[in-house]
Write a new protein. Structure first.
Length: 199
């Protein structure tokens, strides 16, 4: 993110959201914008006292203001309702891609990355206020599944596809039942997974 100064160590908790924003910079600027907005909101809670953190957060704030002005014709940026729908649909598409691959037994870094990204995007929905129960359920499942598959691949084990009962103390953890992106996002138009080796 060339428009920002280096991220200070105190703001490390927001690093993943900025990384997700960076990955969507060209592909979906709306997703990138809300990831950065969420990172800024969280950054303010993490550290707004140190000089480095303030410098970084003010630079991020300036960038977001500029971005909003430059994209004033984009409803997903100017209207929270449209923005929220866009983000929910996008997060669900990424999640469904990962879930379908997982259930088909196709385990690789892309699936881990997609589950992980979906978990981050579900977090970002916090920009718009209280997160629904379904989103919370999907977020927990996505983050757990990313960690689980990553661990299996690392240890040379074959992950168990789909929801698991009683593994890692996550009794019967599964995604919400009514998983469907909105009508403006056809289910067959799934996003290309982000191919970036996720550690």
């Amino acid at each position: 993110m060339s428009h920002l100064p280096p991220l200070p160590a105190s703001l490390k908790p927001i690093q993943h959201y900025l990384k997700t924003a960076n990955e969507h910079d060209k592909r979906d600027p709306v997703v990138s914008y809300y990831c950065q907005l969420y990172a800024m909101q969280n950054g303010m809670e993490v550290d707004k006292k140190s000089k480095e953190a303030r410098t970084f957060l003010f630079a991020l704030m300036d960038y977001l203001e500029k971005f909003k002005t430059e994209h004033s014709e984009n409803d997903a940026i100017t209207s929270e309702v449209v923005g929220q729908a866009h983000m929910e649909n996008y997060a669900l598409k990424v999640f469904l891609f990962a879930d379908n691959e997982d259930r088909a037994g196709r385990f690789n870094k892309n699936v881990v990355k997609s589950f992980y990204t979906a978990g981050m995007l579900f977090d970002v929905l916090g920009c718009f206020g209280e997160i629904s129960e379904d989103i919370q359920k999907n977020r927990k499942y996505a983050k757990w599944k990313a960690a689980y598959i990553h661990k299996c691949l690392k240890n040379g084990e074959t992950p168990v596809p789909g929801p698991l009962g009683g593994e890692d103390g996550e009794e019967g953890l599964s995604p919400a039942d009514n998983l469907q992106p909105g009508p403006s996002y056809p289910a067959n138009n799934l996003p290309t997974p982000v191919t970036n080796n996720h550690k």
